[in-house]
Write a new protein. Structure first.
Length: 414
């Protein structure tokens, strides 16, 4: 099996179809299994296509060899010396200068079009909100650096906020983690975090893999839900706004449902949830909203598809600072060559706090109509009002076919 470093050195040859059969098989098998390398391959394909189109007008369309040979100057070898100052001796020196200029021009194009950060190299997520100078460090001995917007999140990193700092991480899944002031959180992997002190809010998308929150007092196991976890002195407080979670403290285990809260202590042999208004308990997290450009970076670079280069779950974020009414979403796509076998989509619409506003379904037959490239999804029961951010998730349903459609979605405001 090829390593990531080996694959990166082979990518351009693969794009140019210059690899041998064995190398191509090894590389494509690696891409099918490695999320990070698939993302790098997709970007390199885009850059190659950009260069091809940029210099299309200047592309060589005929053989220059005969023309050059017919116009080569006749030079007497005895007159060409290292010390010669003749104009003929200087002519060949223009070639390296011209080559350098071309390389600089290509570098400029790549610099403008290349992603804002280098390859994530195993990133689990992206910092999608940062305020007040929160920090992160890769290991205990490492120097703490600012967790700025669009920073990639990696396994083993610890994130810390001070009295006036707040932070949001979006992890693969996706899982959204809002971090309050005076909090210390370690990222174990994309399905486990350790809350050492402070408070976090999480929205965990449904998955067959459990998401775990470890605290000094106990553990919280999640399949798909919205919850709040706070380490407060010698106890851990868990509040659930949506779904059900399993909580244990080493001596007892209990399930906590929607609008319930439980307090974990080391010496308690019985855990009893109490009823609360979860939305009020979690009000502190309402002002922490993901930045759209950082969310797009996460979706395009980190939340890669399981197979192939076309992502499966598609995610869109719409800012609405004026809290204007939104009554519909317009979905557009490029026309496809195949008329049958398109998959359908389940559409989930959330506000900025990931509270679900409504769900809908788009049948695969919508994408099979010849010449049709748009579809209007109306908001049921009247327009969406009073929210400053709308998030829309499009999840494929393969009951009608397996052909996926890459979508663009707009949210017209009234």
């Amino acid at each position: 099996m090829a390593s990531c470093t080996q694959v990166e050195t082979m990518l351009q040859a693969w794009i140019d179809e210059e690899l041998g059969h064995a190398e191509r098989v090894i590389l494509e098998q690696h891409l099918a299994e490695c999320t990070s390398c698939r993302s790098i391959a997709r970007k390199q394909q885009r850059s190659t296509a950009l260069l091809f189109e940029t210099f299309g007008e200047h592309r060589l369309r005929h053989d220059l060899r005969r023309h050059i040979q017919n116009h080569l100057p006749e030079m007497a070898p005895s007159r060409i010396t290292m010390k010669s100052n003749s104009s003929r001796a200087k002519v060949p020196l223009l070639a390296p200068a011209l080559a350098a200029a071309v390389v600089l021009m290509l570098a400029g194009v790549l610099y403008v079009q290349w992603p804002e950060e280098p390859s994530p190299g195993g990133a689990l997520g992206v910092v999608t909100y940062s305020e007040g100078g929160p920090t992160h460090r890769a290991r205990e001995s490492a120097e703490a650096t600012t967790a700025s917007l669009k920073t990639y999140v990696k396994a083993g990193e610890r994130y810390e906020t001070g009295p006036d700092a707040r932070l949001m991480l979006t992890l693969r899944g996706p899982t959204r983690v809002k971090i309050a002031e005076n909090t210390s959180l370690r990222i174990v992997d994309d399905r486990e975090v350790q809350l050492e002190a402070g408070r976090i809010w999480l929205h965990v998308s449904p998955s067959e893999r459990r998401f775990r929150v470890d605290t000094p007092i106990g553990e919280v196991d999640v399949l798909g839900t919205t919850l709040d976890v706070e380490v407060e002195g010698e106890q851990t407080v868990v509040t659930v706004r949506k779904g059900t979670v399993r909580v244990e403290n080493g001596r007892a285990t209990v399930e906590v449902a929607r609008d319930e809260q439980v307090v974990l202590k080391n010496d308690e042999a019985e855990l009893t949830p109490r009823t609360v208004i979860a939305s009020q308990e979690m009000r502190w997290a309402d002002a922490i909203l993901p930045e759209p450009e950082a969310t797009r970076l996460f979706e395009e670079v980190v939340q890669a598809p399981e197979t192939g280069l076309l992502r499966k779950e598609q995610f869109f974020v719409f800012s609405n600072p004026g809290r204007k009414a939104v009554s519909s979403f317009e979905m557009t796509w490029d026309p496809g060559a195949q008329k049958e076998g398109h998959c359908s989509y389940d559409v989930h619409v959330y506000d900025g706090n990931m509270s679900e506003l409504f769900t809908s379904h788009v049948d695969g037959s919508v994408f099979e109509s010849a010449g049709k490239t748009s579809y209007v999804l109306w908001v049921p029961e009247g327009p969406i009002t009073g929210v400053n951010m709308i998030q829309l998730k499009v999840v494929p349903d393969y009951s009608t076919g397996e052909i996926e459609t890459s979508l663009d979605v707009a949210a017209p405001v009234q």
